[in-house]
Design a protein around this ligand. Structure first.
Ligand code: SF4
Ligand code: SF4
Length: 203
């Protein structure tokens, strides 16, 4: 397993401002009737605030991640809540080629195997199009929180220094994930072990 470190940026006032905004948005969602159309804007607001938090962390702790860097998109993001799946699904349905994207998720979900070893198979996420995440705004927390402190090349399973990569967790995503789990339960949305299996159920 690669080493994991906890970043201390959450202690800064700016990080706290973003995290507080994120929690406020989720609390607003939890106070509303459990209907997706009622809470969608609040959830979008929570993700926008989380993105602000990530941007702050990256400004304090420069990462190797850059636009067009995609080795981590050959993984199958794990631990995706029902609400996140719904956001991705909405995004896919709003774009051309939705049917083939959903079919690809179903094909990959049917290829059983150890999700932890998926990346070594070299199969891109169905949302990776033209070297970019085509659902960037709607991507799950697992994708947002996955970054690298070591050179980007080390993220590729075939790189000789892959075992030495450092992919820190952008703590505290657990607060976000727990709130999303509670909200998903209220909405009757089912969480998934991974993105492929979750999307295949929505197909
Ligand atoms: S985690 Fe690695 S592969 Fe993914 S964007 Fe960052 S440097 Fe690139
Ligand atoms: S959802 Fe987007 S960011 Fe996440 S693995 Fe797929 S292409 Fe990459």
């Amino acid at each position: 397993m690669p080493p994991t470190i906890t970043l201390d940026a959450a202690a800064s006032p700016e990080a706290k401002r973003h995290l507080d905004a994120m929690l406020r948005a989720l609390q607003d969602a939890l106070r509303k009737p459990p209907v997706w159309s009622e809470v969608r804007d609040d959830v979008d607001r929570a993700f926008a605030a989380y993105d602000g938090y990530i941007a702050h962390v990256v400004s304090v702790h420069p990462m190797s991640c850059a636009e067009g860097c995609t080795a981590c998109c050959y993984d199958n993001p794990r631990g995706v809540t029902g609400v996140e799946l719904q956001r991705v699904h909405d995004w896919i349905l709003s774009r051309p080629g939705a049917g083939s994207t959903m079919m690809r998720f179903a094909q990959l979900a049917a290829q059983r195997g150890d999700p932890a070893r998926w990346r070594a198979r070299g199969i891109p996420c169905p949302l990776l199009k033209d070297g970019r995440c085509s659902a960037y705004v709607a991507r799950p927390v697992a994708c947002r929180a996955f970054v690298a402190l070591t050179p980007a090349a080390w993220c590729s399973p075939g790189d000789p220094q892959h075992a030495e990569r450092v992919n820190p967790h952008l703590d505290p995503p657990l607060v976000l994930v727990q709130a999303l789990r509670v909200l998903s339960e209220r909405l009757g949305m089912v969480n998934a072990d991974n993105l492929h299996s979750g999307m295949s159920r929505l197909g």
